[in-house]
Ligand binder design. Structure first.
Ligand code: SME
Length: 195
């Protein structure tokens, strides 16, 4: 991943009264972050190693959980193949509340114990669901979803939320994805302040 600086040109700060198309002008034309699509030949372990390095770079110098979760959702959505949704739910009392994500709009609140996300919290473990239609109580936010992985976010022995990945492909996630996502979730929690 290439990290580039981007800043507004002098006099183009938000609210400065310049035309909308000028107010977002960025000095360099190249993208701030280059997330090449994963090569089909790349082994899953190598792909997760690359994502871990990219996330480490993205989190550098920033501990805001919303900013880091937003960038992580975008990185995973574009960096992992065959996803139709990637994002976070944050635990607020007995509910999981929608956090930063990429994909179609999703249900905002999920009670602990409900759906795949709530079940992962209730059981305190990552759930890899090969066929969401066979999972009792699955909540369908995007009708095309066929399989799902939900990894709890742990902080000091307690769950603070979940990382949720959905795929339109049946049986998309396996043990390598479970290991990889748990490692990325741990990296996120170590690099970010509490929600
Ligand atoms: N399928 C989830 C709901 C969240 S969406 O997938 C974004 C569940 O059953 O908990």
């Amino acid at each position: 991943m290439q990290r580039r600086s981007a800043r507004l040109r002098k006099g183009e700060a938000a609210g400065s009264g310049v035309a909308p198309d000028e107010s977002v002008a960025i000095e360099e034309e190249a993208p701030m972050f280059d997330v090449p699509p994963p090569s089909p030949d790349l082994l899953k372990g190598d792909l997760y190693d690359r994502l871990r390095r990219d996330l480490t770079a993205l989190f550098m110098g920033e501990r805001d959980p919303i900013a880091n979760a937003a960038n992580m959702a975008a990185l995973l959505f574009h960096g992992l193949p065959d996803l139709n949704w990637a994002g976070f739910y944050v635990l607020r009392g007995d509910d999981l509340v929608l956090g930063p994500f990429q994909g179609k709009p999703a249900c905002v609140r999920i009670a602990v114990g409900r759906g795949v996300c709530g079940a992962a919290v209730a059981r305190g473990e990552t759930l890899v669901v090969r066929d969401v239609h066979a999972f009792p109580g699955h909540i369908a936010c995007d009708g095309t979803s066929q399989s799902e992985l939900v990894a709890p976010l742990w902080r000091e022995g307690r769950i603070a939320g979940v990382l949720d990945l959905d795929s339109s492909r049946l049986n998309r996630f396996d043990e390598a994805d479970r290991r990889g996502c748990e490692a990325l979730a741990a990296l996120f929690m170590a690099a970010s302040d509490p929600f």
